[in-house]
Design a protein around this ligand. Structure first.
Ligand code: RP5
Length: 160
């Protein structure tokens, strides 16, 4: 299976990524995590993205806050799919990062999840890898069935 790269703009983003890591581990998806910043380490970030495909990565997840250009900067250097997680890290509550991540110019797409939506970023990465992995697709389908059953159980238990 191809690996997932999880890149964060700062180690201060780590708490937001915990549910991303947990979900990747639960799905037995190999991943690597790195701190690279579009602004503070632009050369290292660009070099990572440019070599990611040949290093066996299938998807890049990029988490950043404030003026969050990390996902776009990585996407500019690779044709791997890039999933952006806008991180709530400033007085603007993540709206700054959301708009910076989602409003990409034509030609360089970034699939942006919700502010701090790191579980969904992992699940979306898994769905991309599942295009060529039937076992992973089966696991994701089983998780959906479990989720459905859990919600229906809550409905049945509701007494108001
Ligand atoms: C962004 O600025 C990072 O992704 C982080 O969310 C935010 C603050 O970074 P630190 O100043 O905490 O390193 O680039």
């Amino acid at each position: 299976m191809k690996k997932v790269a999880v890149i964060m703009g700062s180690d201060s983003d780590l708490p937001v990524l915990e549910s991303c890591f947990q979900t990747l581990r639960k799905l037995n998806i190999p991943y690597e995590a790195h701190v690279y910043s579009a602004h503070r380490t632009p050369d290292a970030a660009g070099a990572f993205a440019a070599s990611a495909r040949e290093k066996g990565f299938g998807v890049i997840i990029a988490a950043a806050g404030k003026a969050a250009h990390l996902a776009g900067a990585l996407a500019a250097r690779t044709v791997l799919p890039v999933i952006g997680i806008p991180v709530k890290a400033s007085a603007l509550e993540g709206l700054d990062a959301l708009l910076s991540t989602v409003q990409m110019p034509g030609g360089i797409p970034v699939a942006t999840v919700a502010i701090n939506g790191s579980e969904n970023a992992a699940l979306l990465a898994a769905q991309m890898l599942a295009l060529s992995d039937e076992t992973l697709a089966g696991t994701l389908e089983a998780m959906r069935r479990d989720m459905e059953a859990a919600v229906l159980a809550k409905d049945a238990a509701l007494s108001v």
